[in-house]
Design a protein around this ligand. Structure first.
Ligand code: 13P
Ligand code: ZN
Length: 269
């Protein structure tokens, strides 16, 4: 028995998470248990799910997150592999219910699989999105090789240096990652400070944030769109590196060409 039985809409949503998990593995961005995904699935919750008993004791989130009252999330399990989740999402992740105190959660289905160690960042960001009345429902954290590599150099960590170069590699990158990349300086994985810095950076108006010497954290309406933003940005990083490997620094699109793209696609920046 699974919570997904006879709930095709919820099952389809979890299928999309599994599909993206497979892409993360194929891309080489998800070594071992690397990366995590959470999706706000509250819209799929019915009365029967609301009545389902918890299968674990309450656990602390580490934050008071009032926006999450009554919310439910699918979360990748900590120490679980994306490549396993791609085949068996409910054996490598679980569904949690935020308790009315807004500081703790319980697992309700299908199995007692503890959520990702990055839960503080994920839930704090979901809370922030809800408070901002954002339509965004998905958070994806992953370890894309080229984007992480460029965070190993101080020049690339200065505000919007990476954004400008990445946008200038191919017109679609600006069109499909229109807010660019924000930068969060190195902080320990799973920490509250990392969660707080991630919110501050997203609030500064980024959908995609680079965690220095660690990975990427992206938000969007759904899991596929969050993946797409990371994918186009990493593609640009690869083009930049390919040019450098050919022995030259790529020119990039000109300022005028970039402005033209903004007009053409009606972009905010
Ligand atoms: P989890 O296995 O706890 O999700 O951790 C993976 C990760 O990438 C931590 O940053
Ligand atoms: Zn990570």
């Amino acid at each position: 028995m699974s919570i997904l039985d006879k709930r095709p809409a919820l099952a389809a949503e979890i299928d999309r998470v599994a599909e993206v998990a497979g892409y993360l593995w194929e891309k080489g961005w998800a070594e071992r248990n690397g990366g995590n995904i959470t999706v706000n699935i509250t819209e799929f919750i019915d009365k029967d799910i609301e009545a389902m008993p918890a299968i674990t004791e309450p656990k602390e989130i580490g934050f008071y997150l009032p926006g999450l009252e009554g919310c439910y999330f699918y979360c990748k399990g900590t120490n679980r592999r994306m490549r396993d989740l791609a085949r068996k999402p409910m054996e490598n992740g679980s569904i949690i219910r935020i308790l009315p105190d807004c500081t703790s959660y319980v697992i309700i289905a299908d199995h007692d699989i503890a959520p990702t160690s990055e839960l503080p960042s994920h839930l704090a960001v979901h809370n922030h999105l809800i408070e901002r009345k954002s339509p965004y429902k998905a958070c994806v954290h992953t370890h894309p090789i080229e984007l992480v590599a460029l965070t190993h150099n101080n020049n690339w960590l200065r505000r919007d240096v990476a954004t400008k170069v990445l946008w200038s590699m191919i017109p679609e990158t600006k069109a499909f990652a229109p807010k660019g990349v924000g930068i969060v300086p190195y902080m320990p994985p799973g920490s509250k400070e990392l969660a707080e810095a991630t919110i501050r950076t997203i609030d500064f108006d980024y959908d995609v944030v680079l965690w220095e010497k660690h990975g990427v954290f992206a938000v969007d309406t759904d899991v596929m769109s969050a993946f797409d933003q990371i994918d186009v940005l990493n593609k640009s990083a690869q083009i930049y590196i390919a040019a450098r490997n050919m022995g030259f620094i790529p020119d990039g699109l000109s300022e005028a060409q970039m402005r033209e793209i903004s007009r053409l696609f009606n972009l905010p920046k």
